[in-house]
Design a protein around this ligand. Structure first.
Ligand code: GAL
Length: 669
């Protein structure tokens, strides 16, 4: 059992970085100089290398060929470009797989994964672990002390869940450690139901498809544990070689659900994100949430380790971002705490699965049209680095993101469209449109510094969570709980109460029944009207002081005229219970009012223009205003401002052209 996280370091990140993923191993070595010249043109300050280069670094077991990477690191450093190195473990080479066929993962259907893509390893394989330690040891020994290697990325986008016999055994060991005895496990999972009682640990399957909710949740936690152990093995192997400033990260995918990202991040120095729009365009009302979420993994700034230069290659239609949209997206990420923006990738290999993906340089070695937009961003980030480095986002609103609750609901959605992340986004969108900063954080960290906390569908409750919410409200916090709160315990078993169970005294309501909806149900509120589209809960009021904010209109008879949304005011604390998922317009009306009562007003901007703020160490606010639309927008600033991209004082009436970005600080009047 991993009791304590490895003590991570707090990385000293004293500048903003701009760069790309660079694969010198794909090109003849005499190309390096020319690439570096182009990188200088683009103001590249960092490249990430080697994260898939295992076969080039260790062509045979124990034989290392690291000179090419050494040369690249040095030549780049001579040009003032630092490196982040990936441990190449997401792409175990053919010779290793041939040597240990059983290190290959097995899919849900019992088939061994084929060689030829990536992430084909089984995360619990001891043979693989040994090989990983060998390659990481060699890389660490050679490059760990190099000051031009500023950080390390472990593996790449951990993602595969393995169903091999060994993983099953390791799962059994994990369950033994957690439950100690089969009696406890049988009880916790109610295995008397359908004769599931286990008399030996070895009888417990790896769940595939529909299964006992207790087993399913335990398996999710086991996957987290497996990756965390693997990640820890890498950290422990690498760390002893590293100079004191070097940091360790992993590049997570947006909203990826196979493991708990908060737990994984606990052992890392820095969280980083790969953010791709894919098809269509960047909408900060939605996309912003997945970027903000990464800041929450360590409750600190993060790196945007990969983003798309124009277009990707893995969508159904790989549309390109509009001209200047990519730059606007990058500034939006910086406004949310990204301290680096890196494009994937610099240049495509001549062959291989990702030939058609966007890049800064094309196969001929020439800059693509997007190169000039990226270069502009590079120049701007370089120039504004002194202003923005070491500044942070300060939010008064938090949304709790809980993997256990998400998994619980995903395994029993009850309505095919009930989606935990969409519900979270339903609240986020309103906050984004009002330009309110929001932290998306684990449900298990302190919340007392926030004015408003939203806990979407926090189905899984335990005593600590309940105690924390009570204390938060006692101190005057505004707490918003939604449908599907307080239904289950940590074993995914029903709490033996009506929801929200132990939170009923806080909410002053209990849920008598829940209804998955085929037809929208009308909801009439005190200041809005709309529909609940896929979920409705019939609430029973438990205390006189509970005010009903909205009631259901006519629908299935059971809901007609019943309370749908309530608030209980306790001292100066407010507790909302929202037993519906409102349509977009009604949600905006309803939630805007909640924000107003919590005295959270945000900032007004024209449609499609976002305004976000980073706060410097000395308390100075740096405002980043971005027009995410193709039309010109006018707005009036509340004070005279200095605009840092154009280096001038600007009048309060501002015209923002298509995808324009303004970075301003308040001028003394
Ligand atoms: C990421 C991955 C990169 C590259 C990219 C293409 O998920 O980490 O290596 O494949 O997608 O969009």
């Amino acid at each position: 059992m991993i009791a304590q996280p490895i003590k991570p370091q707090i990385p000293a990140i004293n500048r903003l970085h701009f760069g790309a993923a660079y694969y010198p191993e794909h090109w003849p070595s005499d190309r390096l100089e020319e690439d570096i010249l182009l990188m200088k043109q683009a103001h590249v300050s960092v490249v990430r290398m080697a994260e898939f280069a295992w076969s080039q670094l260790e062509p045979r077991a124990g034989i290392f060929t690291l000179d090419w990477l050494d040369r690249a690191i040095h030549k780049l450093a001579d040009a003032g470009i630092v490196s982040v190195l990936g441990t190449p473990t997401a792409a175990p080479p053919a010779w290793l797989v041939e040597q240990y066929p059983e290190m290959m993962a097995v899919d849900e259907y019992g088939r061994r994964v084929q060689f030829g893509n990536r992430c084909h390893y089984c995360v619990t394989s001891p043979e693989f672990h040994q090989a990983v330690q060998r390659i990481i040891g060699a890389l660490g020994e050679r490059f760990g002390s190099s000051p031009s290697v500023i950080g390390w990325q472990l593996d790449n986008e951990f993602n595969r869940v393995c169903y091999c016999e060994r993983c099953k055994q390791v799962f059994h060991e994990y369950l033994r450690e957690i439950y100690h005895s089969l009696d406890v496990l049988n009880e916790a999972w109610s295995t008397a139901y359908w004769s599931q009682t286990y008399t030996d640990w070895s009888q417990i399957p790896l769940p595939i498809g529909s299964h006992n909710p207790g087993l399913k949740l335990a398996h999710h936690r086991f996957v987290t544990r497996s990756y965390r152990s693997f990640q820890r093995l890498q950290i422990e192997t690498l760390r002893p070689y590293l100079h004191s400033e070097a940091w360790i990260t992993h590049n997570f995918m947006t909203w990826f659900g196979a493991f708990d990202h908060y737990e994984m991040s606990a052992d890392l120095d820095l969280a980083s994100l790969d953010y791709y729009v894919g098809k269509g365009h960047f909408d900060y009302h939605i996309g912003g949430a997945s970027i903000d979420a990464v800041r929450g993994y360590k409750q600190r700034n993060f790196w945007l380790m990969e983003t798309q230069p124009g277009h990707v290659n893995w969508q159904t239609i790989n549309t390109a971002l509009n001209k200047n949209e990519g730059r606007a997206l990058a500034w939006s990420a910086i406004s949310r705490g990204a301290d680096a923006v890196m494009y994937w990738q610099w240049r495509p290999a001549l062959n291989g699965q990702e030939q058609l993906h966007g890049s800064l340089i094309d196969q001929s070695g020439q800059p693509r049209p997007f190169f000039s937009e990226a270069s502009r961003l590079g120049r701007e980030m370089e120039r504004l680095s002194p202003l923005l480095a070491n500044s942070h986002v300060k939010a008064q609103v938090a949304i709790l993101y809980d993997f256990d609750s998400r998994w619980s609901i995903e395994s029993q959605p009850h309505h095919k469209d009930f989606n935990y992340i969409h519900l979270l986004e339903n609240y986020y969108q309103v906050l984004a449109s009002k330009n309110l900063e929001v932290d998306i954080i684990s449900a298990d960290v302190p919340i007392f510094d926030y004015r408003l906390v939203i806990a979407p569908a926090l189905t899984i409750l335990d005593e600590d969570r309940v105690a924390k919410f009570k204390e938060f409200v006692r101190r005057g916090g505004h707490l918003l709980l939604t449908a599907r709160t307080g239904v289950k315990d940590r074993n995914n078993a029903f709490l033996p109460y009506r929801p929200p169970g132990p939170l009923a005294s806080l909410t002053g309501v209990e849920v008598e029944e829940f209804y998955a909806l085929e037809e929208p149900v009308p909801v009439t509120g005190n200041w809005f009207n709309g529909n609940s589209e896929l979920w409705a809960e019939r609430l029973r009021i438990l205390a006189d002081r509970v005010a009903v904010i909205a009631r259901f209109g006519r629908s299935n008879g059971w809901l007609d005229g019943q309370a749908a949304i309530t608030v209980q005011v306790l001292g100066i604390g407010h507790v909302y219970y929202v037993g519906v998922q409102l349509d977009e317009i009604a949600q905006y009306e309803f939630f805007s009012h909640v924000l107003k009562s919590a005295n959270l007003r945000g900032r007004e901007t024209p449609d499609g223009v976002e305004w976000r703020t980073r706060v410097r160490m000395n308390g100075q606010e740096v405002h980043i205003i971005i027009n995410h639309s193709q039309s010109t927008k006018s707005m009036v600033l509340p004070w005279p401002a200095y605009e840092h991209l154009s280096n001038q004082i600007i009048p309060p009436e501002v015209q923002l052209g298509s995808y324009a970005v303004a970075i301003i600080t308040q001028e003394k009047e």
